[in-house]
Write a protein that binds this ligand. Structure first.
Ligand SMILES: *Cc1c(COP(=O)(O)O)cnc(C)c1O
Length: 483
């Protein structure tokens, strides 16, 4: 496919503007004027529509097929949330509209929605307060670590190190490092797939700023020792950061705040079905316990005694701005819509079905794929392609073979502690028929790996981009391709 500029034909137009009927004014200084016309492409409307429609068909998304990309929770985004976020009263708001006085009527509803979303997140997670400002999960982690650093600074604590389990998402160590801390990995107990508590006890000391814990962890295993972890950390005035990216597995079942954790983030795209959209725009609200409240980013939404809402910027201990204005407002509207749509009972069903679907797939595949942690899982399960790898068929080859069968591959080679890892997360929005078809495809692939391992070398054969030379592609960033 050619890029849109290659389709340009000099003089072709997609719009017909009427002749200018006001006098032309020469007001742009000469040195600001272009010497030559901008190199824009010249196309008809139909050319443009066909080009982008064709491009959109090369995409794979939750709307086109099953997307079991572990850890990413690629659930269906209900259209009703999109519709609500698109309502004029939300979508046409300008961030500079006044909060109160004459224009206030236009923004009070938006502020009320944000205020109520914060309250409802507190209820779901068991936390004292949330900031809705961070723009992604990783940004929430960074914000949370900045809160922890502010807390230690305020108390005069000298802390240098953050402890992070070896199965953690890569964003955890990077958030700690950007905040200025050194990081140390805590091993996972191979027998249980949970944090090794004895090792942890030996590592925590007066220099420990925080422990970052993901629960359920990236192996899909729930850590029921969490209260013990909190107790060990607090003994040394270390804070417990809870990576809440996997909240989808525990909605209505377990509230991190009840276990005494200090800070957490929620990935609204993974939990409350807002779009993932190519790395953003997202939201990663951060919840805190009482003692961290003064450090939250500005602005804070306050409800006044006359039931009006204002943004409060007067927080002397605040870590300051982490995002402009209200955070990613339209994403937060979608999250609010989703929570209200399902209600408490619906949210419990979300986690029950997410866990049921993952266990169903795990049981159906474990005869042919190695399951390093063979125990009931939460929302995702991690296989290893080690048996297939003996024949020369690696996790990446299985992923490519799935693409030919119309599936998005699972996450491969993560978590790092599992060799040839394949992390399957079906989510709650998939039907039994879809899961059965996926299982059948995976079992067929296992048989093929056994009988004809050489047939994997040129997979996928039916995708818009077939098998690139990955080493060369990483070095020569030429994104053009034929086809
Ligand atoms: C997805 C994920 C993150 C990062 O969240 P983003 O919203 O993608 O920035 C962090 N930790 C875990 C465990 C995750 O699954």
């Amino acid at each position: 496919m050619s890029v849109i500029f290659e389709k340009s034909v000099a003089g072709r137009r997609g719009v017909g503007l009427p002749a200018c009927d006001v006098p032309l004014v020469d007001c742009i200084p000469d040195d600001c004027l272009r010497a030559q016309a901008a190199p824009l492409c010249e196309l008809s409307e139909l050319d443009v529509v066909r080009h982008f429609t064709a491009l959109s068909r090369l995409n794979f998304g939750v709307d086109t097929g099953f997307y079991p990309l572990g850890s990413c929770t690629m659930k269906y985004n209900p259209r009703v949330s999109e519709r609500i976020a698109g309502l004029e009263g939300f979508s046409q708001l300008h961030p500079f509209l006044p909060q109160l006085r004459s224009g206030g009527l236009l923004t009070q509803g938006a502020l009320q929605l944000l205020y109520e979303l914060e309250r409802v997140l507190c209820e779901i997670a068991g936390m004292r307060a949330f900031t809705l400002q961070p723009l992604a999960g990783a940004h929430g982690e960074l914000t949370g670590m900045m809160l922890i650093a502010a807390y230690h600074r305020d108390k005069g604590n000298v802390k240098t190190t953050v402890l992070i389990p070896d199965e953690a998402h890569g964003t955890n160590p990077s958030s700690a490092a950007i905040t200025g801390y050194g990081t140390q990995g805590v091993p996972t107990d191979p027998a249980t797939g949970r944090l090794d508590l004895v090792a942890l006890e030996g590592m925590v000391d007066a220099t420990t700023a925080a422990i970052m814990l993901t629960n359920p962890n990236t192996l899909g295993i729930f850590n029921s020792d969490i209260e013990k972890v909190v107790e060990i950390a607090h003994r040394h005035d270390a804070q417990v950061y809870y990576d809440g990216a996997n909240l989808n597995a525990i909605l209505g079942k377990f509230r991190p705040g009840d276990a005494g954790i200090d800070v957490m983030h929620i990935n609204v795209h993974k939990t409350f079905a807002t779009p993932h959209g190519g790395g953003g725009p997202g939201a990663g609200p951060v919840g805190v316990r009482e003692h961290l409240l003064p450090f939250l980013p500005i602005s804070r939404i306050q409800k006044r005694s006359d039931n009006s809402y204002v943004l409060d910027y007067e927080q002397p201990k605040s870590i300051g701005y982490v995002a402009p204005f209200y955070g990613n407002f339209s994403i937060l509207v979608r999250a609010y819509a989703y929570i209200m749509l399902l209600g408490g009972k619906g949210l419990i069903e979300v986690s029950e079905n997410a866990v049921l679907n993952a266990n169903y797939v795990m049981q159906a595949l474990k005869a042919k794929y190695e399951l390093p942690y063979d125990r009931p899982c939460m929302h995702e399960c991690v296989f290893s392609a080690s048996r297939q790898a003996e024949k020369g068929v690696h996790a990446t080859d299985i992923a490519k073979a799935l693409i030919d069968r119309g599936y998005h591959p699972p996450t491969v080679y993560f978590p790092l502690i599992v060799k040839e890892a394949m992390m399957v997360e079906p989510t709650e929005t998939e039907s039994k028929e879809t899961l059965d078809a996926f299982v059948a495809a995976m079992l067929e692939i296992a048989d093929e790996a056994e009988q004809a391992p050489e047939s994997f070398a040129d997979r996928p054969r039916h995708a818009p981009v077939c098998r690139p030379d990955e080493v060369r592609a990483a070095r020569e960033m030429d994104v053009c391709f034929d086809g």
